[in-house]
Design a protein. Structure first.
Length: 135
């Protein structure tokens, strides 16, 4: 339990604060992340282009070939509003195995934004390069 700035006590284990997360949208049967070979291909894709633009305010200018599967977090409402349907099925609340790349799951931690879902990337992590699109 912690004391909020409004002097309102909030129980960290409560459904309101910790456990409530919107599930990711229903995935398609393909279960694959798309790969875009160029910016033009991303823009022509429609839904993923809308998602990138909605979330980041622009399309990635480099780093192609590009796959949304390289990202870690997704905004469920932006996914729905963009019409994105091509991503793997969720495995549930948490990754089932920390060694399996690309498992979509619904909960990360108590500080994760509401209406978000996640894509697991196993250890070891590497640093992002200079002047690169990195999340």
């Amino acid at each position: 339990e912690f004391q909020a700035m409004s002097n309102e006590s909030v129980d960290l284990d409560s459904d309101y604060y910790y456990n409530y997360r919107a599930p990711p949208p229903t995935p398609p049967s393909t279960g694959d992340w798309p790969t875009f070979l160029s910016r033009d291909e991303l823009v022509q894709s429609g839904s993923w282009a809308i998602y990138y633009y909605t979330v980041y305010g622009q399309y990635p200018t480099d780093g192609y070939p590009l796959s949304p599967g390289s990202l870690w977090m997704f905004y469920s409402e932006a996914i729905l509003d963009s019409g994105v349907t091509c991503f793997p099925n969720s495995v549930g609340k948490c990754p089932t195995d920390g060694k399996i790349e690309g498992q979509v799951y619904n909960r990360n931690n108590a500080y994760a934004p509401r209406y978000s879902f996640w894509n697991w990337h196993p250890y070891p992590y590497s640093a992002c390069g200079s002047h690169t699109w990195c999340e």
